[in-house]
Ligand binder design. Structure first.
Ligand SMILES: [Zn+2]
Length: 170
C-alpha cells in the first residue's frame, strides 16, 4: 500500500499527516491508526498470527534473499543482533533448542564448543575470565565473578602475555 504525506489532511485520532491510500476502497486511512489496530489484532490473535507468519515464510519467502537481507541487517547493527541472540539463547525455548541440537549433532557441538573456547582464550573473553577465576579461587563460583574482578583478571593476563611476547622478541 502506498503511503502519502498530506500536510493539510490532519488525522483527528493522532494528529498525524501520513496516510495509506487504499485503492480498492478509494479511501485514505491513517497510518498510525492502522498500525495500532493491527498490533491490537495481532495481540488478540497471536497464535493465528504466528501460524500465518510460518506459512508465509515456508511458501512465499525467497529463502536466499531472506538470508542475504538478514546478513545485511547483522552487518549494519551487530550489537543489536547480538543482544537479540543472547536474549533468545537465555530463554527457556532457546535452551531447549540448544539441548535438542546437541543430542542430534554431538560432533558439531563438540567442535563448536572447542572453537568457542579457543576464541574466548585468544580474545580474553568474559567467559574465559570467569572460568579462570572460579578455578583458581574456591570462594568464587562461575556466575559470581563481578565485572571488576573480570576486568582485573583480564589486565593481569594481558600483561602476562605481553611480558611473554617481549621475552620471545629478545
Ligand atoms: Zn491517526
Amino acid at each position: 500500500m502506498p503511503t502519502v504525506d498530506i500536510p493539510d489532511k490532519v488525522c483527528s485520532h493522532c494528529g498525524g499527516t501520513i496516510w495509506y491510500y487504499e485503492e480498492k476502497r478509494d479511501v485514505y486511512s491513517c497510518k498510525q491508526l492502522k498500525r495500532e489496530k493491527h498490533a491490537e489484532w495481532r495481540h488478540k490473535n497471536i497464535e493465528k498470527f504466528r501460524e500465518y507468519r510460518r506459512n508465509h515464510y515456508h511458501t512465499k519467502v525467497d529463502k536466499k534473499k531472506h538470508y542475504e537481507n538478514t546478513r545485511k541487517r547483522v552487518l549494519l547493527n551487530p550489537e543489536r543482533e547480538k543482544s537479540y541472540r543472547l536474549k533468545y539463547s537465555r530463554s527457556e525455548k532457546g535452551k531447549q533448542k540448544k539441548k535438542e541440537y546437541a543430542l542430534l549433532h554431538p560432533e558439531e557441538t563438540r567442535l563448536g564448543k572447542r572453537k568457542a573456547r579457543e576464541i574466548a582464550v585468544c580474545n580474553l573473553k568474559d567467559s574465559y575470565m570467569r572460568s579462570l577465576l572460579s578455578r583458581n579461587c574456591e570462594d568464587i563460583s562461575y556466575s559470581d565473578s563481578t565485572p571488576e574482578l573480570i576486568e582485573l583478571k583480564r589486565k593481569q593476563l594481558s600483561l602476562k602475555r605481553q611480558i611473554k611476547a617481549h621475552g620471545k622478541a629478545n
